[in-house]
Design a protein around this ligand. Structure first.
Ligand SMILES: *Cc1c(COP(=O)(O)O)cnc(C)c1O
Length: 389
């Protein structure tokens, strides 16, 4: 591996120099007011990135997976009913976590490559006239398949069924890269981590709780200690934390929010869309197909690319790492060996992306796929040339 090449995995993402510097700081006393000068702007920044006026933000030393657990254990009790769709590895893992916590999950099996079935959710919610379903889970961006779902449509499904269930959204690979509207979509818990859109090392679980989710703390009886948001939030006003905070990461998060808000969230989303579109142009020039079944669900943060029948897509990832020192993502779960993934979120430019596409071409030609060197790169170049900002 070369440390000079950017990575093209969908997290952890490339770190801008300024964030590496922000994370690398001397030890400070986390019980001093100095810590507050890091914590509070980070909490405020996250709230803005989530587009929320009312959410309470909690940040744990953990990862996105810890964020899932925070969402469940703080709001639910054993046996509570959950509605969720399985359309990839990440939605699968959140469902698995629910089941291991003794929750009763109604799973809507959905093709890997398709988005969340909002109409099916609506049908199920309408039939649940006793309002037994407590939470609807939604994975905004299925990182395994490169599929973005319509969270606004899931909200509409809840509203048109007149159903009071809470809406929990996994935004680990969408928040800070693709449009996310916590308040407008009526999201009750939003979950993310530090190492994707926020361009930091792994190590933080970042969650936003709506007022309704905060109310659910009072009735929830699932055991929780490390991830109890009541302990976490209790001391925030006095710059206190229930245990030792990851100060450097929080400092980085503060800086990351500043960078994102300075660029402007809409510009950040437009940049991700433009970069992703160049990748899609390349994929189609190669004559390959995305795992995402239709353009409306194509993700702007990761593309999962199907390789021809009988070819092991994982070989692309191994060969790229060994020969060229470049990291792509492997296929996971049901699509293991069938797709390879190009992550295109976080700190990335058109020029960096072109280098990844050029590498993917060399790898595919090395491995005997019928691809012409330069074909995908040229398609992306044309797109970037004509859509420069
Ligand atoms: C990366 C990811 C996760 C898991 O996050 P970790 O930080 O690895 O625990 C969960 N959901 C989605 C959609 C992801 O992309």
């Amino acid at each position: 591996m070369s440390f000079q090449n950017p990575v093209f995995i969908p997290g952890p993402t490339n770190m801008p120099e300024s964030l590496r510097k922000a994370v690398d700081m001397p030890t400070l006393d986390h019980r001093s007011p100095l810590f507050g000068q890091i914590l509070h702007p980070a909490l405020d920044g996250v709230k803005k990135v989530l587009k929320s006026e009312t959410a309470k933000i909690f940040i744990f030393p953990s990862t996105g997976t810890g964020g899932w657990e925070t969402a469940l254990t703080n709001t639910l009790s054993s046996g509570d009913k959950i509605l969720a769709a399985r359309n990839g590895m990440f939605s699968h893992r959140w469902i698995d976590m629910c089941q291991r916590h003794g929750l009763d999950v109604q799973v809507v099996e959905t093709p890997w490559g398709a988005g969340l079935p909002a109409d099916k959710y609506e049908e199920i919610l309408k039939a649940d006239t006793n309002h037994e379903i407590k939470v609807v889970l939604a994975t905004h961006n299925e990182t395994a398949t490169g599929v973005r779902s319509d969270i606004g449509a899931v909200r509409k499904a809840l509203d048109s069924a007149g159903h009071p269930a809470m809406l929990f959204v996994d935004g680990v690979s969408s928040i800070a890269s693709m449009d996310f509207r916590m308040d407008e979509w009526g999201v009750d818990v939003a979950v993310t981590g530090s190492q994707k859109g926020f361009m930091l090392p792994a190590g933080l679980a970042i969650v936003g709780f709506s007022p309704k989710a905060m109310d659910a703390l009072e009735t929830a009886t699932l055991p929780r200690t490390f991830f109890d948001v009541r302990d976490m939030g209790k001391g925030y006003a006095n710059n206190a934390y229930p245990y030792t905070p990851a100060v450097g990461l929080l400092n980085g998060l503060n800086e990351a929010c500043r960078m994102l808000l300075d660029e402007g969230l809409e510009n950040v989303f437009a940049r991700h869309h433009r970069i992703a579109e160049g990748v899609r142009q390349a994929v189609s020039a190669w004559g390959l197909e995305l795992c995402a079944v239709s353009p409306d669900v194509q993700s702007d943060t990761v593309s999962a690319i199907r390789t021809p029948e009988g070819f092991n897509a994982t070989d692309i990832v191994t060969h790229a790492a060994n020969k060229y020192g470049v990291a792509f993502g492997v296929g996971l779960g049901e699509v293991a060996g069938k797709v390879f993934r190009i992550g295109h979120l976080g700190s990335l430019t058109d020029v960096m992306t072109l280098s990844g596409l050029a590498t993917a071409e060399m790898v595919m030609v090395d491995l005997g796929l019928d691809i012409k060197l330069g074909s995908g790169v040229a398609a992306a170049q044309e797109y970037y040339r004509n859509n420069a900002v």
